[in-house]
Design a protein around this ligand. Structure first.
Ligand code: CA
Length: 221
């Protein structure tokens, strides 16, 4: 799952960046509102974390431009301004939630999961396809109700990408895009290696390979 972090404060940005990476998100960190808009026009993100006070364009303008061009990317405003009207403006302007600084990283991650769940159209905290279940909070996966197994960060990121679209074939490039941020070194065969590791943990039928095209998990029902 790929996240764009837009935050110009170096300490807050670094702390958020590290917490997101620890939680297995592929994260790109930008510090300028204009750059963020340009990047969002080119690169798919699953979620945006947006500071309001930014150089280039401020966060409110970024949000306005995004929604005006019908970009519905899930977006969480992270703001130091805790005035009530600012918060309401953020939500009226198309933000899905807001978080007031300072905040605990655990709360940030929980709010992100909640936004992703709501935008995904499901209230269930688990991702699944009827066979596999994946818990985004604990990074544990199970097969047909068997004892959950713990996944590594990248195993989790890969399985999450597949389970967000059961029945869809994702190519190697699409999977790498969900697992790695800008500047992350992509090891060759990383996707094959992760698929192999997931099959060892979850059984060889858990993930199907469609030769020459990509990988998929079956659709429920
Ligand atoms: Ca700022």
């Amino acid at each position: 799952m790929r996240v764009l972090l837009v935050e110009d404060d170096p300490m807050i940005g670094q702390a958020m960046h590290d917490a997101l990476k620890d939680a297995a998100y592929a994260v790109d960190w930008l510090r300028n509102g204009q750059t963020a808009l340009e990047t969002l026009a080119l690169q798919h993100y699953d979620l945006v974390l947006l500071d309001l006070g930014l150089p280039g364009r401020d966060g409110r303008e970024v949000l306005g431009v995004l929604r005006a061009r019908a970009d519905a990317v899930p977006l969480l405003v992270v703001t130091a301004r805790d005035a009530l009207d600012d918060r309401l403006q953020g939500l009226d302007g198309g933000a899905d939630d807001y978080l007031v600084k300072p905040f605990e990283m655990a709360e940030l991650l929980a709010r992100m999961r909640a936004v992703l769940r709501r935008k995904g159209g499901s209230a269930a905290p688990l991702l699944g396809n009827g066979v596999l279940a994946l818990d985004p909070a604990t990074h544990e996966a199970s097969v047909e109700g068997a004892t959950p197994v713990r996944l590594s960060q990248r195993e989790f990121a890969l399985l999450q990408a597949l389970l967000l679209r059961p029945g869809a074939i994702l190519s190697r490039a699409e999977l790498e895009d969900r697992i790695y941020g800008f500047g992350d070194e992509v090891e060759s065969n990383a996707v094959e290696y992760l698929i192999h590791a997931l099959r060892r943990k979850l059984g060889s039928d858990a993930i199907r390979n469609v030769r020459g095209v990509g990988w998929m998990v079956s659709k429920a029902g």
